[in-house]
Ligand binder design. Structure first.
Ligand SMILES: [Zn+2]
Length: 93
């Protein structure tokens, strides 16, 4: 899925971007009155984030998964945990 926004900033580096490379939503905390906002990533920060998870060999923990997560999960051997109510990743063993 690709979504386009105008005048938004990358939430990691703060740069204005015309097109988001990817986005995800973090888990909210108890007591939040509304769900957390989407986290937008520019091309550069997206690459950095993927490199980071590749290096540590685990998957990010997001309420709404980013688009890159599916490919990364295949690469790192993770699958959706069917016992997790929010569809979190688990190591496929
Ligand atoms: Zn950025």
């Amino acid at each position: 899925m690709t979504r386009y926004y105008h005048n938004i900033r990358c939430d990691h580096c703060g740069k204005f971007i015309s097109k988001t490379a990817d986005w995800y939503v973090n888990f909210g905390s108890y007591g939040d009155t509304k769900p957390p906002d989407e986290i937008f990533l520019c091309e550069k920060c997206l690459k950095k984030e993927i490199d980071y998870y590749r290096k540590v060999g685990r998957m990010p923990h997001h309420y709404i998964h980013a688009n890159y997560e599916e490919d990364l999960a295949k690469e790192l051997g993770f699958v959706i945990d069917e016992n997790s109510p929010w569809g979190d990743w688990r190591k496929n063993e």
